[in-house]
Design a protein around this ligand. Structure first.
Ligand code: ADP
Ligand code: MG
Length: 253
């Protein structure tokens, strides 16, 4: 950066420009030389081999790669489900790499909304109760939980079937409920692993349309997929191969 003031750190946490105040905030996700090694008996499997990526708030990113390339491993690290063998991971300014299980559970609940291929809803609970669940873990009072869960279901256009149980809903409706559950805590990141993998193509397109609206509304989305037509919805695609970033491509907004 030529405009750097002598003595200023190379990567300032923020910079205030003249005129309207612009804050150049640090990246929401910043991984530095992330390694994940699984030990299987005498064998070591390097699932990730030095992944360094930055994702800013408000980005919509797809992580693509062939089977076994390390996508799920990377998603588990980004989602604070696991810690790396080596390297650092800063999420929203917090160092995740060294956290213990309790700290990981807390940061997950605060920062991450997960959407899975198989929806992972509680079968005996209504749509509304499923969406309320993260708020129960966050110890939000019952009255507020109900209002927030209803609002999240409205956001995903699932306002009319709140009392239905998952088996009374179609695949697309289940995924909407799962997305509402992911959003209800106002997470920093929506992390979706093959969210259309169990849907027919028409329903898949509707769900990708919903992600697009959530992105336009300011949500940060990281989508893991092996399908190019799903990745095409994102504005940036990070290709993973053999545990490394192969390339990182942005398209015009
Ligand atoms: P992808 O999601 O892209 O298919 P993964 O992240 O699941 O890839 O796996 C990357 C590599 O790490 C693969 O070689 C896989 O076999 C290995 N691997 C993943 N999870 C484990 C585990 N828990 N124990 C041992 N090896 C694993
Ligand atoms: Mg996988």
């Amino acid at each position: 950066m030529e405009s750097r003031i002598p003595g200023e750190p190379a990567a300032p946490l923020y910079r205030i420009d003249r005129g309207p105040v612009l804050l150049t905030l640090m990246a929401l996700i910043e991984t530095l030389d992330l390694w994940k090694t699984y030990v299987m008996g005498a064998e070591e499997i390097h699932a990730l081999r030095g992944v360094s990526i930055q994702i800013d708030r408000g980005e919509y990113v797809a992580i693509m790669g062939p089977s076994g390339s390390g996508k799920s491993t990377l998603m588990n690290l980004i989602g604070c489900l696991d810690t790396p063998s080596k390297g650092s991971y800063l999420l929203n300014g917090k160092q995740v790499s060294q956290m213990n299980d309790n700290e990981l559970a807390r940061i997950r609940n605060e920062e991450i909304g997960f959407v899975f291929q198989t929806f992972n809803l509680l079968p005996r609970a209504s749509a509304l109760r499923n969406v309320e669940l993260p708020l129960v873990y966050a110890a939000i009072p019952a009255k507020d939980r109900d209002a927030r869960a209803r609002a999240a279901l409205e956001k995903v256009e699932h306002g009319s079937r709140m009392s239905h149980k998952p088996n009374e809903l179609s695949g697309g409706q289940r995924q909407r409920v799962a997305i509402a559950r992911a959003l209800v805590n106002n997470p920093s990141i929506l992390l979706a692993d093959e969210p259309t993998g169990n849907l027919d193509s028409k329903t898949g397109i509707e769900i990708m349309g919903l992600f697009e609206r959530l992105h336009k509304a300011g949500n940060t989305i990281v989508l893991v997929t092996h399908e190019a037509d799903v990745a095409a919805y994102a504005y940036r695609t990070i290709h993973i191969r053999d545990g490394q970033v192969e390339n990182d491509v942005r398209r015009a907004a």
